[in-house]
Design a protein around this ligand. Structure first.
Ligand code: OGA
Ligand code: MN
Length: 287
């Protein structure tokens, strides 16, 4: 395995790695090092099934299972399916409030995976089984580069600030979806994380979300929202963003401590987009 191409401050294509390859701990250590360095890794032309994706991802740590059973693959609890095609092969209707519709809506906004958990996801692995001819790109923002480029007075202003991340906020984005159950609310109460976090390589990074975060602690609500919007706009400028144009067979691995991401629109009547996904659990609380 070697680095074929590097895009900017984030994003690297790896060559000579055909999955499902039997990878040993040394291979995974090397991959983890590359992930720490580049934030987003791209493996092209892979042919994987659910078990192969699980085996590859599992080398990076424990895999999360999603708390809502209807949003997991029916065959493997570690697999999330992000798609406009229902598992029975029916096309998704535009306003169906189905599982597919739910993921399509919440992934359209900048976020970092699992920030609604006390210990958020370390990394996410996303495999493009079928991808549209146009649209449906995934954008990644380098939150370490965005932080580093902030003016010193803004850095000082952010020092020590925390933001509230609440899974239930996703419900505002998906009108018609069933409300969160009492069990899920108990499982996933609102959590607070620092607005500036540590990540790999001794870097500090902005840690934001435009789907589950709303409030900055110790600030009037409107001021917190304005600050969040300002930081979202800042960090998603073109100069900090890598746009991934999918080819079928791509496997992406990204570091949720370092990057935010979103999915772009595509013509859902015309194209199918079927993504299989695993989430690698974090090892420690955000600090
Ligand atoms: C995700 C996600 C974006 C996409 O898998 O966590 O946000 O492009 N996906 O499907
Ligand atoms: Mn995501």
């Amino acid at each position: 395995m070697h680095v074929d191409e590097v895009f900017g401050s984030i994003g690297a294509v790896l060559g000579e790695l055909a999955l499902p390859a039997p990878l040993g701990p040394d291979d995974h250590r090397r991959l983890r090092g590359l992930l720490d360095e580049h934030g987003v890794l791209v493996l092209r032309d892979q042919a994987l099934d659910e078990a192969g994706l699980i085996a590859f991802s599992r080398g990076f740590g424990e895999l999360a299972t999603f708390h809502e059973p209807d949003k997991r693959s029916a065959t493997a609890p570690e697999i999330f399916r992000i798609s406009n095609v229902e598992t029975d092969g029916r096309a998704l209707r535009a306003e169906s409030n189905s599982v597919a519709d739910y993921f399509n809506k919440i992934t359209r906004r900048w976020h970092t995976d699992g920030s609604y958990k006390a210990v958020p996801a370390l990394a996410t692995c996303l495999y493009g089984l079928e991808v549209p001819d146009e649209g449906g790109d995934t954008l990644f923002a380098d939150m370490a580069a965005a932080y580093a480029a902030l003016a010193d007075d803004m850095k000082a202003r952010l020092d020590g600030l925390h933001m509230v991340h609440n899974y239930e906020n996703n419900m505002d984005l998906t009108p018609g979806h069933r409300p969160m159950s009492a069990e899920d609310k108990a499982l996933l109460p609102p959590v607070t994380h620092p607005v500036v976090r540590h990540c790999a390589g001794g870097r500090r990074a902005l840690y934001l979300s435009d789907n589950v975060a709303r409030y900055v602690g110790g600030m009037p609500i409107a001021d917190g929202r304005a600050l969040l919007q300002e930081l979202l706009q800042w960090s998603t400028q073109d100069r900090f963003v890598y746009r991934h144009r999918w080819r079928a067979g791509d496997v992406l691995l990204w570091d949720n401590r370092r990057v935010m991401h979103l999915a772009t629109e595509y013509d859902m009547q015309r194209y199918r987009r079927i993504m299989l996904r695993t989430e690698i659990m974090g090892e420690e609380a955000v600090r």
